[in-house]
Design a protein around this ligand. Structure first.
Ligand code: FES
Length: 377
């Protein structure tokens, strides 16, 4: 491969060969463009083409391309937004709480701090299990203590990791966290911010909403959160928090059953008309994310998306051995039990009546966690 082109990355020149991906070209010149999956799924590597041209390989959105897919086609200049450097941290699970029958809040206490921008995600590896991607969020009452990360984990029957949270994975379980990753993080700006979440897509959206209310109170906020059923609309306390904090446009939607103020339908049914001054963030099932992205694209509205896609990584041999070694400790911890929050009478009756069954793929998509979500999760 000839190395005859000049690629300028954030002001730094590197020699690059025609056909190399931008990520590889950067690495060849000792310049790391933030990346994670390298398969065109996570959006972490999205860069802006400032001048010249690259072969976008079908990933162009406006002037941006995915650097892990787009290839060098000649001299060019690209830019990416600086994000905290990727780090690896260790910690332990310090709490597990049911937020709904299918969603758990998992709090991890780290030995040292983990820097990220609201809306980003991390690769989380519970000892003995394959890594999964979760977004650091907050408790639904808007709190988070220093040194801890709060995750919302959608539990799937048969999921390799999610089905074990609260079972094999209990308080005290060791965890590795790697990151941060993702491109749908909060930026400074002036215009309204439109936040759209489906299922556990609420985790990054809640982080964004809370940060916007803390550091960008001058901006109007429009918040839409949806779930398939009322009992899956686990984020209702957080929606109440936003209303009490003065956010006027807060809408929760359920496709099946509704109780005021929850509205019937999907978040897309209540999306406001978008304009150039708006910035949209959307996270959750890919169907919802793509629908919102299409609407934003049609009006040239800035849109940062965090789609949750199926994953396939199963248990490695080392993970299997680790799980076997952990079995005695698991039994001891199980005696402690998993904490359950006080549920509203309505939610309690829904939970009591609920018959566990295998959800349809679309239901699984709404309750599942992010990119690495599937029946094999
Ligand atoms: S690293 Fe390019 S999309 Fe994930």
């Amino acid at each position: 491969m000839s190395r005859s082109c000049n690629l300028v990355i954030n002001g730094r020149s590197v020699e690059a060969g025609i056909g190399e991906t931008l990520v590889d070209a950067g690495l060849g010149g000792w310049t790391v463009i933030p990346h994670d999956c390298c398969s065109g799924q996570c959006d972490t590597c999205r860069v802006t083409v400032v001048r010249g041209s690259v072969d976008d390989q079908g990933t162009a959105e406006g002037r941006t391309v995915l650097a892990c897919q787009a290839t060098v086609a000649g001299d060019a200049e690209i830019e990416f937004e600086e994000i905290p450097a990727m780090t690896k941290r260790t910690g332990v699970v310090s709490g597990i709480t049911h937020l709904s029958p299918d969603v758990l809040e998992v709090v991890v206490e780290l030995t040292t701090g983990f820097e990220y921008r609201p809306g980003q995600y991390a690769s989380v590896k519970f000892a003995g299990f394959p890594a999964r991607d979760y977004s650091p969020s907050l408790r639904l009452d808007g709190t988070m203590r220093p040194g801890e990360l709060v995750f919302h984990v959608g539990r799937l029957p048969g999921g390799v990791v999610s089905s074990q949270v609260g079972a094999t994975i209990q308080p005290g379980h060791r965890v590795q966290v790697r990151g941060p990753f993702g491109h749908a993080f909060l930026r400074d700006g002036e215009g309204p911010v439109v936040l759209v979440a489906g299922g556990t897509g609420w985790a990054p959206i809640w982080s964004l909403a809370h940060a916007a209310r803390t550091s960008q109170r001058h901006r109007d906020l429009i918040v839409l959160a949806g779930a398939r059923d009322l009992h899956e609309l686990y984020m209702r306390p957080a929606l109440d928090w936003l209303v009490q904090d003065g956010v006027r446009d807060v809408i929760g939607t359920s496709e099946r059953d509704v109780v005021w103020p929850v509205r019937r339908g999907r978040p897309t049914h209540y999306l406001p008309s978008l304009g150039l001054e708006d910035t949209v963030y959307v996270a959750g099932p890919s169907g919802l994310v793509n629908a919102v992205k299409r609407k934003a694209l049609a009006t040239a509205t800035r849109c940062y998306a965090d789609p949750f896609l199926p994953g396939t990584q199963s248990l490695s041999l080392i993970d299997r051995v680790m799980r076997m070694l952990q079995s005695p400790a698991r039994e001891a911890r199980a005696a402690v039990g998993v904490r359950s929050p006080a549920l509203s009478p309505a939610l309690r009756s829904i939970q009591a009546d609920r018959i566990v069954s295998t959800p349809s793929p679309s239901a699984a998509a709404l309750t599942g966690q992010r990119r690495h979500t599937s029946a094999s999760n």
